[in-house]
Design a protein around this ligand. Structure first.
Ligand SMILES: Cc1cc2nc3c(=O)[nH]c(=O)nc-3n(C[C@H](O)[C@H](O)[C@H](O)COP(=O)(O)OP(=O)(O)OC[C@H]3O[C@@H](n4cnc5c(N)ncnc54)[C@H](O)[C@@H]3O)c2cc1C
Length: 501
């Protein structure tokens, strides 16, 4: 006879692991099924010749004791199992006309830097941050309230008014309430690659929380990489009687008379459950549950939703310490922006036209934060750019390899402009393309952030819902509210449990 669970999870990304840890702590019998041989989805590590690389994490906002984001970590039971390492500075933004270093938890210092480059905008910058802080407080009030979800929902217009006032406008529109300086607006949204859209298209409702959370509470890495967080969540799940089944694809979500009754997995066959929580793309959910269980209108709406952009990351293991290459211990993330506007850069990225003068890219000096991830006397860094997936998925094997080599070469050449001679010190060079993203997560088109966060697909009312029109079937992680990111997917777990369990 098949085993019976309260809740089964399809996939073990952060969204699923966080939800499973919350439910297991409440006494539910949970099973997490993962196709890969390690848990975590994008929140995982891989090893090459003694170098330990974090697949995805560049910067985790706000995970410091006392800050709101840390409450999610505490609720999941991993606050004392994981060490968060703060970055010496939040980031450095480098372009033709502006070179700004944003300090760790130093909003006032950041404002002073902005005043230096935009002396005519002092009042506007002050007004913008005052309102953005009030908006952040409203967001936190809504997201972290202890009140039942329906009560928060009803109270939103009175108690958290800015969530509604600004939630469905673009970042550019919001910034335009305070300034008409186009350059200032671009500098303020220097981290746009974290959200996958330029300010003119990105929903402020999604951007506004991490925007202030990063500035007020800092950016962090996880000691041992994001695998350490995923493993810690697994530990909590197992400690509370749950099970994580690796290397076991879910091939079917079983629906009987309009309600889920379980899943079929490669290792366990039929597994019975009252609830199924999907951590995979809704497209795959529909396929596994059977299209006939959904109304045609529902399917048509889902298929119209735009997928997020993909990304390309080069992971380099170096033969020497970063200090030997002239990189100071205080350096971590540098964003490089060419002279083009964000919108122009984005169009080039989507079209797969990546050249040194038309795309922004970034360096992460990984081993400056966690030297335990590299062999003694060595170092590591990452080079990253967004890219559209279309131009990758249609290539044959040879053309794909060639395109991959060309982009690795471009990013290394870019990096050599700031680290002369870099390529002479490379011991390990690995690259993740949109095809790699799909291979390891099954996410369609290499989407790294679920559905795109434009204003039609973002926020409380417009984001793909956490509940499917089939009883007992739910969604968690980047595809649903609030959206992608380490804190975004863990928050989606907390909100799902608050609202429906
Ligand atoms: C290169 C890169 C850099 C990033 N940088 C940052 C950053 O600096 N800061 C930040 O906050 N966020 C960052 N992100 C985003 C963040 O990593 C993701 O939003 C988040 O980890 C997604 O989690 P998820 O819960 O949606 O699940 P996913 O990570 O998408 O995991 C889904 C899981 O489901 C499994 N699965 C799929 N199909 C099946 C099946 N049929 N059966 C069983 N298992 C299945 C997959 O193997 C996978 O493990 C980055 C992402 C990428 C790719």
């Amino acid at each position: 006879m098949s085993e019976q669970y309260d809740t089964v999870f399809v996939g073990s990304g952060l969204g699923a692991l966080a939800t499973a840890s919350l439910l297991a702590q409440r006494g539910q019998k949970v099973l997490v099924v993962e196709k890969h041989n390690i848990p975590g989805g994008y929140a995982s590590n891989f090893r090459r010749k003694g170098f330990n690389f974090d697949v995805s994490l560049h910067s985790f906002d706000g995970v410091v004791r006392g800050a709101e984001s840390f409450k999610v970590i505490e609720a999941c039971g991993v606050a004392d199992k994981v060490e968060f390492l703060h970055h010496p500075s939040l980031y450095r933004y480098r372009s033709q006309d502006v070179d700004i270093t944003v300090g760790h938890r130093d909003l006032e210092g950041y404002k002073r830097e902005l005043f230096r480059f935009f002396p005519d905008e002092v009042d506007n910058i002050n007004r913008l941050f005052s309102e953005s802080l009030r908006n952040y407080n409203d967001m936190c009030g809504f997201l972290y309230s202890r009140k039942p979800f329906w009560m928060r929902f009803i109270a939103t217009p009175m108690v958290y008014p800015r969530v509604l006032r600004y939630g469905h406008e673009t970042v550019d529109h919001y910034f335009s309430r305070f300034t008409s300086n186009e350059r200032l607006k671009e500098v303020l949204s220097a981290q746009w690659s974290y959200y996958g859209l330029p300010a003119k298209e990105l929903a402020f409702g999604y951007f506004s929380y991490p925007f202030i959370d990063y500035l007020q509470n800092g950016g962090y890495s996880i000691k041992g990489g994001s695998q350490a967080l995923s493993n810690a969540l697994v530990e909590v799940i197992e400690h509370h009687g749950g099970r994580v089944e690796l290397e076991s694809v879910v091939s079917q979500i079983v629906v009987e008379r309009g309600r889920v009754s379980g899943v079929v997995t490669r290792k366990s066959g039929m597994v019975k459950a009252r609830n199924v929580i999907a951590n995979i793309s809704p497209h795959a959910v529909v396929e596994m549950a059977g299209e006939s269980n959904f109304k045609a209108r529902y399917l048509a709406r889902m298929r119209e939703l735009k997928l997020s952009v993909s990304g390309f990351q080069v992971y380099l293991g170096l033969k020497c310490p970063l200090s030997e290459l002239g990189v100071g211990a205080e350096e971590y993330i540098h964003f490089f922006s060419p002279e083009k506007t964000q919108q122009q850069q984005y169009e080039h990225m989507q079209a797969g036209e990546l050249h040194a003068d038309n795309t922004s890219w970034s360096i992460n000096y990984f081993s400056n934060i966690d030297p335990s991830m590299v062999p003694p006397g060595k170092s590591s860094l990452g080079l990253f750019t967004l890219t559209g997936a279309d131009s990758w998925h249609s290539l044959n094997k040879l053309d794909y390899r060639q395109k991959k080599r060309e982009l690795v070469e471009l990013l290394i050449s870019n990096a050599e402009k700031v680290i002369p001679g870099l390529r002479n010190y490379i011991e390990v060079c690995e690259a993740g393309s949109p095809r790699t993203m799909t291979k390891f997560t099954n996410n369609p088109e290499g989407a790294i952030y679920g559905f795109e966060q434009n204003i039609r697909q973002s926020g409380l009312f417009n984001r793909f819902p956490q509940k499917y029109p089939i009883k007992g079937l739910y969604q968690v992680g980047a595809w649903t509210f609030p959206g992608a990111g380490f804190i975004g997917t863990m928050l989606s777990a907390r909100l799902l449990v608050d609202r429906y369990f």
